[in-house]
Structure formats: C-alpha cells, structure tokens
Design a protein. Structure first.
Length: 712
C-alpha cells in the first residue's frame, strides 16, 4: 500500500503537472512497490486558466501546487536534496514561469535557461538533481517550449534537454504512461460521469420522494446532499413530487427557529418541495397504529432501565417484560399517554427479535413518554413515536414511492420493511446512498449542538461550521454547492472528502466576478517615497476586474507617498528593479533598517519605461495621499478538529483544535468603504474574501478568507 498519494488533474497543458509526476516516478523507480501513488482527478475541478491541480496527501496533511509539493517531497525523501538546497529551491520556484503557452512570455525564460547552461551539464552542481528533473518535465509538458527546442536556436538548452532524456530513460516512459492514463480516464469520465441510473422500481407509476429533517438544528452539508438528491429524482429525473416533512417527534430538542431556518436554506439551494408536512400531523393515526401493534402481540411495554436495556440488546438477551400480555402493555401505554410518574418509567418496544445478528432488529423502542411541550401540538401529547416507527408508516400514508436515505440507515432497512409488513401497509422502495463526509469535520448534530451551547463557536452560522449557513458565511456560493454535491451522485461508496475539492469548485464561480482590491497589512508597514512620482496625488478609473468589464470600475489613487508590506520589502536588493502592481516599475534606491533588522523607510525611483515581465518581484502598494484608506480586518480559519475522522470511542474534547481563528489588521483602498455585507472580492496577492461586516466610522471592515482549494 502506498504511503503517499499524489492527485493530479489537467486539461492537456502538462507543464505544471509533469515536474511532480516525474519526481514521484524517480522515487518509485528503484522500489519493488510504489511509495507514492498517482491518481488522476476530475478536470471539472479546474477553473479557466488553471494548468493543473497537484495535491500531495501524506497522512492528514495535504499540500497543493507544483513547487510546494516538490518541497514537501524533499522533506520525506531527503536524497532529493543535493549539495546546494538553497539554489535548488530557487530554481524549483521558477517552475511556474514555464507553464505559460504565450511564446512572448516564455521566450525570455528559455533564453535565460539557455545562457545558464552555456558551460554546464546540469542545472545545479555537477550531478543530476531535483531541479533537472522538474525543469525537464515542465519543458516536456509545454508544447510551445517543445516547438521552440525543435527549431535548434537554443543550442545549450537543447543539448541539456536531450542529455536528460538519455540519462533518465524512465522519464519518457513515464510521460507516455501518464498521457495514456489521462486519456483513458477522460474517455471513461465522458461516458460515465455521476450515474443517476439507479435501480428504482415502478417509476412508470409516478415518483414521490421525501426529505424528512428533524427541526433540532440547522441543515449541514450532509443534509444538503440528501435534500438535493431527493429533489433531483423527484423533479428532474422523473417529473414527480417532493415532500418536505418535518420529523417533529422529540419536543425536547425541537424549535420553530430551526424549522424556519431549514425552510429558508432549502429555498436558497433552489429546492422547492411540492408540499410541506409534519409527522405531528399524524400523531392520532400513529397512536392508533401503536395500539394495534400491541393488540396483535407484536409490541410490548417495557420499564427496563436505559443502560440495562442497551446491554441486553447488545448481548441478545430478552427483557423480563417481553411476555407481558397485550392488556398489560395497553394499560402501561395509557399511563404513558397521561404523562404520569408511572408512565414516565415505561416505553413501548416492537417485538421483532432478541438475538438477530442485525442489532437494529433487536426489539427497538417505538414509543416513549415525554412531558415536554411540543412546539406545534403544545401539551396535547405526552407520548411520541420514534423515527423508526413513524417514518415507514407516514411514508406509506403520504404516498411516498421511493425513500432515498443515507447508508447509515442500511441496518435499519429490514426494520423499516418489518413495520410496513406487520401493519399491512403499502410498500415503499428504499435506496441507500453514501453520506458525504469531510476530513476534520463534525456532522453529528448532537456534537454540533454541544459546541454551540458551550460557546466554543459563535453559533450555527459560524464560518468554521459545516452548516449551510456556516459555509455560506465563509463564502461558499449556492451554485458551487449544488454542482459539487450533484456531481457525487447517489453512489453507495463512502468517501471522506478534502474540503479543498469543494472550495476549488467554488473558485470557478467567484473568480470571474470578484472585484479586485488592495490591502496592506499594518504589521511593520513600510512607508515609501517614490521619486519621479506625481507632484500631487491624482486618481484614475480602472476596471474592478481586468478580465470582466461588467464588474465595473474603481478609483485607483497615485501619489509619491505609498506604503508597502515588510514581507515584500525585506527581499528587495539595492538598485533592483521591481514592479508596483497596476502602476509600473521602480528601482530600489534607498533602504533604511532599524536595530531589530526591520525596514523602516524606503525610497523608490519610478521607472515607467521598465518591462514588468522582466522583474522577479511584483508587489502591492497603496497611496497614502489623495484617498482615505479603509481599516480592515482579515480573518482566516482552521478546522475545528485535529483528527481527520473521529471514531466511536474518541472523546470530542481531546480532538478540538484550540487555535482556529487568525486575524490580521490592515488598510485597504478607498473603494472598500462602499462594499456591502456578503460581497465577495479578491485582495491582490491575498486571496478571496467575503465581507462579513461592512466598514463604518470607527469600525473596520471585517473580511473572511474564502479558501481557493489550493492552499496548504
């Protein structure tokens, strides 16, 4: 079994893909079994302009991006690092420049490589190293680069390229093998996709599905899958009927607040039930069925203590009350119905089996006493049916033809059928589909409720929560959510998803429409004088999105006084030419450093004639004159759990992440003052953000980071 997994996806431009694939191949080459397994992912995860998705999974850690993955591999396989790791890292960091298919942008890169190899056989040092393999792969995967090499003008680069090909014959074989696998997967994907052709019977007579949430919490992403699949089969696949039925059989946990939120969230997801009902609508009928099943001798009253009952069921032992007569059981049912102290001791259990291998069949509880006030029926009832009893009966009564539910109910399917058969009711076809799990994520409503009630999160809409409201507050769009879930289909295969996949889908929707803005972090900000800059501040109207004019225009202010970030400036070299993004080039003329080594002052000379394509450092900046900068707070989050998946015996508190919230204060361009709550933007070189609290005098604008699916 492989110790590491590499996931890749590409539409055909392999320049960002091959470097990692070849290095993994070199790792596996000398071993009897691969230690890094390569799998090809769905290209639908790619956004326009993306070359590839490259993800390395090692244990619970995931790393995205060619250069980052290669660096991660060197930590696991130290022999990949040569005698000069710093220089090797610098070359690996330049891989991105070889992925472009624009010859004008690619040619200078090829020329520099050609010049570097004038007197060299290898990129670094005197022997084969990781940069050789990575750069050869990037060239081999770029059809424009390959065409340039065939012309013969790049003599040194061509010599090195052919030398590497002869030195590493496995590299060419790996490329051909990868292309074949990718092509095969593409063909298979085009033929199959997410199959919705499941074995539903009797669809020709009409299809009625139902989504039965309990109003005891907010919908989470797992519920969303169940709701969307039921909606799909009812409305798109078969032009049938979808019922929304609230399973309101536990008044201790249920609230009108939760019910209202569920209705609203379903509407936001585009799910429109044909009818909304409640299990409580059928309490009279369900009680009559309970009386009937007792009279038939197929159920009995039981006052065994909860812990003892659980132990007896586990060990396959009968309750001492199992042979109560129907008359005695009905007498206890009457006390339960009144909610008397005596009635509170009892419950009603179906008389199915004592020692069936399927423990769900071992005399399950079907009615219980609960004197709590019901949010719809008030104090009319003191007894309530369990989900296992009510669900099949109400399904049958409401005309449900196909009960689609998650695979966690599979052991209870025989129980579901037993209820229908015993009560001689119309049959319902059950179909199980896999629950959608995510790494380091709680989907247990009981555990989520505990986090809310103990104040460990802000509420049900906490951006760290997997609730529909939580992920929307983080920046998930409904179209992306629908696409990702429906793409999984009604498969029975259980999968533990990485959040990066769904956020990558979300990026496809927000990137084309997210306005671009600029922010500079306050921490050790560097005040900068631009000589040759404007004598007085001025502004220009610029597109808010250079690739989408429909997004509108914004005000960009230019002045001779600007601010930059310490992290950028500390990398500047004297007389180096850098690029001020969205303005032009400048030359570093003066750098002032304090005793702590921090740069406190900087002088740049504007050089508008400079070529922005030739600079290595491109930095964001903000004019401090001619505009009112907007104070902002950028918030990022980590997972609530430290473990990918909690097991039954795991204690929740032992795996709660103590540090999940990270805040950075900064200043943003003046246009940010006009943004409204829930607006989604991109801060240049920072990422995508959703505005959670709009700017107000004295209060900074608060932005939540939206994962792009490719961050570590």
């Amino acid at each position: 079994m492989s110790e590491y997994e590499l996931k890749v996806a590409t539409r055909g431009n392999h320049a960002a893909l091959l470097p990692v694939v070849l290095i993994v191949t070199s790792i596996n080459e000398a071993r009897p079994a691969p230690v890094v397994n390569i799998t090809f992912e769905d290209t639908a995860l790619l956004q326009d302009g993306d070359k590839a998705i490259v993800q390395l999974i090692s244990g619970s850690n995931s790393v995205f991006g060619t250069a980052d993955v290669i660096q991660e591999l060197t930590t696991h396989f130290p022999y990949l690092v040569g005698k000069d790791p710093k220089v090797e890292t610098e070359w690996i960091s330049q891989l991105e420049s070889l992925t472009t298919l624009d010859f004008k942008a690619l040619d200078p890169v090829l020329q520099r490589l050609d010049a570097h190899l004038l007197m060299r056989s290898f990129i670094v040092g005197y022997s084969l190293s990781t940069p050789d393999i990575a750069l050869w792969g990037a060239l081999r995967g770029n059809r424009v680069a390959v065409a340039a090499l065939k012309k013969g003008s790049l003599v040194n680069l061509t010599r090195w390229y052919r030398f590497l090909e002869e030195l590493c014959p496995w590299a060419t074989a790996a490329v051909e093998s990868m292309n074949a696998v990718a092509k095969e997967k593409k063909v298979a994907k085009s033929k199959e996709g997410a199959s919705y052709d499941i074995a539903l019977k009797n669809t020709e007579n009409g299809v009625v599905t139902r989504f039965p949430p309990e109003p005891s919490g907010y919908l989470h992403i797992g519920h969303a899958k169940a709701a969307l699949l039921n909606d799909y089969f009812a409305h798109e696949k078969y032009n049938g009927t979808l019922l929304l039925r609230f399973d309101d059989t536990n008044p201790s946990n249920e609230k009108q607040e939760f019910e209202d939120a569920i209705v609203e969230d379903l509407a936001l997801m585009g799910i429109k039930p044909n009818k909304m009902t409640y299990t409580s609508d059928y309490f009279d009928e369900l009680y009559e069925h309970c009386v009937k099943i007792i009279e038939q001798g197929n159920a009995y009253a039981d006052d065994t203590e909860k812990e003892t009952m659980a132990a007896q069921r586990w060990d396959g032992l009968p309750s001492q009350r199992r042979d109560l007569s129907p008359e005695e059981s009905l007498s206890h049912l009457e006390e339960m119905k009144k909610g008397t102290p005596e009635g509170l001791r009892w419950c009603i259990r179906a008389k199915i089996s004592v020692d069936c291998p399927n423990k769900a069949m071992r005399d399950p509880v079907i009615y219980r006493c609960n004197p709590a006030t019901h949010h719809r029926t008030g104090d009319k009832w003191k007894i309530y049916p369990t989900y296992d009893f009510a669900c099949p009966i109400v399904d049958s009564m409401e005309g449900v033809t196909h009960a689609l539910r998650t695979i966690e109910y599979r052991d209870r399917n025989p129980q579901y059928q037993w209820m229908l058969d015993t009560m001689k009711m119309r049959n319902v076809q059950v179909w199980d589909f896999a629950r959608m799990n995510f790494v380091r994520t709680l989907l247990s409503k009981r555990k989520l409720t505990k986090l809310v009630e103990t104040g460990l999160v802000w509420g049900w809409d906490d951006p760290r929560f997997p609730t529909i409201r939580g992920i929307r507050r983080r920046g998930m769009t409904i179209p992306a959510l629908r696409e990702f879930i429906l793409k999984q289909g009604p498969s029975k295969a259980v999968t533990n998803f990485d959040w990066g996949l769904i956020w990558a889908t979300n990026k496809k929707y927000i990137d084309p429409i997210a306005p671009r803005h600029t922010t500079i972090f306050n921490k050790n900000v560097v005040k900068t004088t631009v000589t040759g800059g404007p004598a007085a501040p001025y502004s220009e109207e610029k597109p808010r999105h250079v690739k989408n004019a429909a997004v509108g225009m914004k005000k960009v202010v230019y002045s001779s006084s600007i601010i930059l970030e310490q992290e950028d400036v500390k990398l500047f070299k004297p007389d180096e030419e850098i690029t001020l993004m969205n303005w032009g080039n400048a030359i570093v003329r003066k750098v002032t450093t304090n005793e702590a080594g921090l740069i406190t002052d900087l002088e740049l000379e504007l050089h508008m004639a400079g070529d922005v394509k030739k600079t290595e450092k491109k930095v964001t900046w903000l004019a401090t004159e001619g505009q009112d900068l907007v104070p902002v707070e950028l918030v990022d989050f980590d997972h609530l759990l430290t473990k990918d998946s909690l097991q039954e015996d795991d204690v929740l508190e032992d795996y709660l992440n103590k540090h999940t919230e990270f805040r950075e204060e900064g200043m943003a361009d003046c246009n940010v003052a006009d943004l409204k709550e829930s607006d989604i933007i991109q801060f240049d070189r920072k990422g995508y953000y959703r505005l959670d609290r709009a700017y107000a005098p004295g209060k900074p604008a608060v932005f939540f980071n939206i994962p792009s699916g490719k961050t570590k």
